[in-house]
Design a protein around this ligand. Structure first.
Ligand SMILES: Cc1cc2nc3c(=O)[nH]c(=O)nc-3n(C[C@H](O)[C@H](O)[C@H](O)COP(=O)(O)O)c2cc1C
Length: 202
């Protein structure tokens, strides 16, 4: 796998590299959630928060995850769109860092993804007041069962406060660990002309 890194250079396309690495991660035993990515955000008071989400799709436009817009991350992203994503594939000893700005995906996109989810997951998201305190597990389960009854025989609507974020990348950095710690780091930076490539010191 490491040999493919020799091919990363000024003519490489970061999305192609990302897709190759993601395919490798998905094919590697021991990576439970290859699309799990850490998302860092900055609150309005400057405090930094991070958490893991699942990156559900990617394209030239950017990287998409779904969440609750009223959650801590939602409030942070409303205050500061700047965010950083971090994938780490431990068995491959590879890391991908992405920085950029987040924007909400279209309502249509959020509803399409919502409809693709298992009903049980929809119920959990429907009742979740994500990041807010709850008294007990029982309270959550009671709310879940109440919603299950309420929507018997009906579709569960996608809440207005639930949907996708698209992170449009400004930089994408690929890192691969080497046994001698002389690691390889390649950064792509986007401007109006396209991507600029540079190797960074490890
Ligand atoms: C493997 C994994 C996947 C997760 N996927 C998501 C996700 O796709 N969307 C989401 O909102 N939270 C997801 N979570 C939960 C978040 O890490 C976090 O606890 C939650 O979104 C609340 O974060 P916040 O209070 O910082 O907004 C996931 C957690 C883990 C460990």
């Amino acid at each position: 796998m490491q040999d493919t890194l020799q091919e990363i250079g000024p003519d490489s396309k970061p999305l192609t590299i990302f897709e190759e690495w993601m395919a490798s991660a998905k094919a590697t035993p021991g990576i439970r959630e290859p699309t799990a990515v850490n998302v860092a955000t900055v609150a309005s008071d400057g405090e930094v928060h991070s958490r893991v989400v699942l990156c559900k799709k990617w394209s030239e436009e950017g990287f998409v995850f779904y969440s609750n817009y009223r959650s801590r991350k939602g409030l942070d992203l409303a205050a500061h769109a700047q965010t950083a994503l971090l994938f780490y594939f431990d068995p491959l000893f590879r890391q991908i860092k992405i920085s950029g700005k987040a924007e909400k995906t279209s309502r249509q996109d959020s509803e399409n993804y919502w409809r693709s989810r298992p009903r049980e997951s929809q119920l959990s998201q429907y009742i979740s007041n994500q990041s807010a305190p709850v008294d007990s597990r029982q309270e959550l389960e009671d709310q879940w069962h109440a919603a299950e009854q309420k929507f018997t025989g009906r579709d569960i609507p996608c809440p207005e406060h639930w949907g996708g974020y698209l992170i449009r990348p400004r930089t994408i950095e690929f890192w691969i660990g080497r046994p001698n710690r002389l690691h390889d780091t390649f950064e792509f930076e986007k401007d109006q002309a396209g991507w600029t490539f540079r190797r960074l010191s490890p």
